[in-house]
Design a protein around this ligand. Sequence first.
Ligand SMILES: Nc1nc2c(ncn2[C@@H]2O[C@H](COP(=O)(O)OP(=O)(O)O)[C@@H](O)[C@H]2O)c(=O)[nH]1
Ligand SMILES: Nc1ncnc2c1ncn2[C@@H]1O[C@H](COP(=O)(O)OP(=O)(O)O)[C@@H](O)[C@H]1O
Length: 399
Amino acid sequence: MGEAPADSFLGDFLNGVDLKSKGQETAICVGSKIYVIGGADLESTSLIGVRIFDKSSGEWINPIVLGTKPKLSNGHSAVLLNGDRILVIKGNSNSDDCFWFLEVGTPFIGEQERTYGNEVVAWSKGVLGNVEKPIVISGPSGVGKGTLISKLMIEFPSMFGFSVSHTTRAPREKEQNGIHYHFSDRSVMESDIKDGKFLEFASVHGNLYGTSVEAVEVVADAGKRCILDIDVQGARSVRASSLDAIFIFISPPSFEELEKRLRARATETEEQIQKRLRNARAELEQGQSSGLFDHILVNDDLESCYENLKKILGLTEGVKTARKTYPELVDLPIEHSVSKIDQRILINCGAAEYHKASNNMYALDLSLLKGGAPGRTRGLNLYVVNPSTDCVNGDNQLS
Ligand SMILES: Nc1nc2c(ncn2[C@@H]2O[C@H](COP(=O)(O)OP(=O)(O)O)[C@@H](O)[C@H]2O)c(=O)[nH]1
Ligand SMILES: Nc1ncnc2c1ncn2[C@@H]1O[C@H](COP(=O)(O)OP(=O)(O)O)[C@@H](O)[C@H]1O
């Protein structure tokens, strides 16, 4: 791409609140860089593209773009938040495809830029409402993690979803691809890890295991609470990631009992059993002493351990369905304007007769934002503003 002096470049865009737009493109200034969002993506013309104009060098940069990219719409608006991420609001889209975040300076981006040695930006889709925190379950092989998770999924089918990991280990007799694991080639998995498609990965008992961003997202998008069965190294990586989760370590009543269960399961060769038992000692030590886990449960009697697990998860009698807190669906018109007041974004749809959105003004509360790239940005609260009864007072409070 050619060079363009910054001022003449910005002159092509309309002025707005932190927002300059030109047809289907918006330009947002962050420090010495201008992020131009819209237009053709390098991979596909149906996706929103991102390029950066560096004011200090006068050069255009094509950054590495991580995360799922949003589909192009006829118009969007963009607002800079906290100087490190850009909220993109797409017109003519349903509420589940309306709000996107382009991270440009978050700690995640800093980390990725160090890895890639290149300019990086990352998309994450904004999710309305509050799905409860994912649950990370760790513990040595044979302790009963899978058994406890199956019990939860059977008793609460609409509430929990399992994060299906990728692994390079061979399937066991009753395991199905895509249900228990995505059984993968090491080279494919390694290349996907390099492309930023994994939330975490680890080498466990000689094989590669990993949680893809997608595995967690599909569960959350279905409005379900995600359960991850991963090893202690994976739990540590998730703790350091943007995924805000509850961490539970399952411990055996004794090492002898663990060995008994592992042998009785009869799914591993003697050599594999020996390897798992060796690793179990280290895992038990780390799991119980690292402070990484919020809860440690001893799986002695299965039923009482299961009851304790349910207590931790707040599952009392009568709670059987997912508590979905999604607000009504909205379909914002292409022509809309946005303004930012503290942690709230006001979206003005203009006169009702010109568009099919059923309301004129919405407020998007961002004060409880959680997560972010490479996963989803959650906790968006959208509500209708009634101008005749609601007002924005001097403290910038919408009341
Ligand atoms: N880090 C990480 N560990 C995983 C993942 N999936 C499974 N594991 C862990 O890998 C270990 C071996 O799992 P598996 O081969 O199914 O054997 P099992 O634990 O004996 O049933 C267990 O500690 C799992 O928790 C993953 O996606 N990431
Ligand atoms: N509390 C328990 N008491 C006795 N056996 C158990 C208990 N929990 C699980 N098991 C058995 O131990 C074996 C290992 O359990 P599994 O859920 O496969 O462990 P993990 O997923 O942690 O590797 C299985 O045969 C399972 O039926």
